[in-house]
Unconditional design. Structure first.
Length: 386
């Protein structure tokens, strides 16, 4: 059995990848950038695992350790999930290839795509709709935003450019925005502000081969959001023109492998507004796989490790998918009153709890697999006790 080395934290994405790869004849070995290695009991679906101290990521010693472990397990391919590790490994692909194929696109294009400003410019060129976007570098820049555009959602252009770090913040006025920027300990790049709308999201998951062909693309609705992530995912049809524009974006960006777009979706207009794109597996990989889009297999197919037609065969096609561990966290947050206006939809605390209780019963769990009941139970128990 051929082996694949997965450089990633252990979680739903890694579990989904390992299961998919095993179905297609690959043994997966896990390398975690962490100080504490989980016991093998807590890692169902992988053949073996090792740890890399987090402080060695980006160093010569860290790279040598990855190479050593890849040789120990006879890995013929290497996959990563975290942006920092993706770029690091892509920059040193010549140290692995040809004996171990690096399933990552070139580091230069990856680095450019970490900028949300660059993404927004590319989205406009591809014909995608983009909300008014403001770039802020100093507290005084807050007043360049017209008053009728507030409240706005604030995000870093590049995640590592700001301290303390954050994913998204809601700002109700120029005064509060100015104060927030002034309190940042470090700001090495701009913050991006866009008008806030209490709307669902759309996801577009796709895969593009190294030859430039989009081999698969699916659209999903996100009717519920929690802590800036997708709480519920449902398959749906593409709004007019969206699939073509996403393919154009992928071509302009030179994307290889799997990717997923996030859009703000206006049902009344049947229109999607571009938010961002990620050129990797991510937080919805497990959910869309449960809904019939086998993103890990399509990543392998993009690089020619398996036939693309075989990668599109779904093991299941659930119509409403959640991660039930996250649902439990959502219920706890609702009970404690810590939900925010970014947690869509903006309803009462009781309604949030009722919706999550309903989804615990009627929605499919993204990590439970009837073909791997022992592994599913182990993963659930690990999540509840860690």
């Amino acid at each position: 059995m051929a082996s694949i080395l997965l450089v990633a934290p252990w979680g739903p994405t890694s579990l989904t990848f390992a299961r998919s790869a095993r179905r297609h004849g690959f043994a997966v070995y896990l390398l975690q950038a962490t100080a504490q290695l989980r016991s093998s009991w807590a890692l169902p679906a992988v053949e073996g695992s090792t740890a890399l101290p987090a402080e060695l990521v980006g160093t010569r010693e860290g790279l040598d350790r990855i190479k050593q472990y890849a040789r120990e397990v006879s890995a013929s391919a290497l996959v990563a999930v975290v942006d920092e590790e993706l770029i690091w490994i892509a920059e040193h692909r010549t140290e692995f290839e040809p004996w171990c194929r690096v399933l990552v696109q070139p580091s230069q294009s990856l680095s450019r795509l970490l900028s949300k400003r660059y993404q927004a410019d590319l989205a406009r060129d591809a014909g995608l709709s983009v909300l008014p976007t403001y770039s802020l570098m100093s507290p005084g820049d807050a007043h360049q935003i017209p008053a009728d555009q507030f409240p706005v959602v604030l995000r870093p252009d590049r995640q590592d450019d700001v301290q303390p770090g954050f994913k998204a913040r809601l700002m109700r006025s120029a005064v509060t925005l100015e104060a927030f920027i002034a309190e940042c300990d470090r700001l090495n790049g701009p913050l991006i502000a866009q008008p806030f709308f209490d709307l669902p999201n759309l996801l577009v998951h796709g895969a593009r081969s190294v030859a430039g062909e989009v081999i698969a693309c699916r659209c999903f609705l996100v009717p519920r959001k929690f802590q800036c992530v997708s709480l519920v995912v449902e398959p749906r049809l593409f709004p007019d023109g969206l699939e073509k524009s996403c393919a154009t974006f992928a071509r302009l960006a030179g994307i290889e492998g799997c990717y997923h777009f996030e859009f703000l979706y206006s049902p009344s207009e049947n229109r999607a507004y571009f938010l961002e794109v990620n050129v990797r597996m991510g937080g919805t990989t497990d959910k869309v796989a449960r809904a019939g889009f086998d993103e890990p297999a399509l990543l392998l197919a993009s690089y020619g490790l398996i036939p693309s037609d075989g990668a599109t065969l779904a093991t299941s096609e659930a119509q409403r998918v959640v991660n039930k561990r996250t649902l439990l966290k959502h219920i706890v947050s609702a009970v404690r009153g810590t939900l925010t206006e970014l947690d869509h939809p903006n309803v009462s605390r009781a309604s949030h709890i009722a919706y999550s209780c309903r989804d615990l019963i009627v929605a499919s769990d993204s990590t439970f697999d009837w073909h791997d009941v022992p592994g599913s139970v182990k993963f659930l128990v690990r999540g509840l006790t860690s």
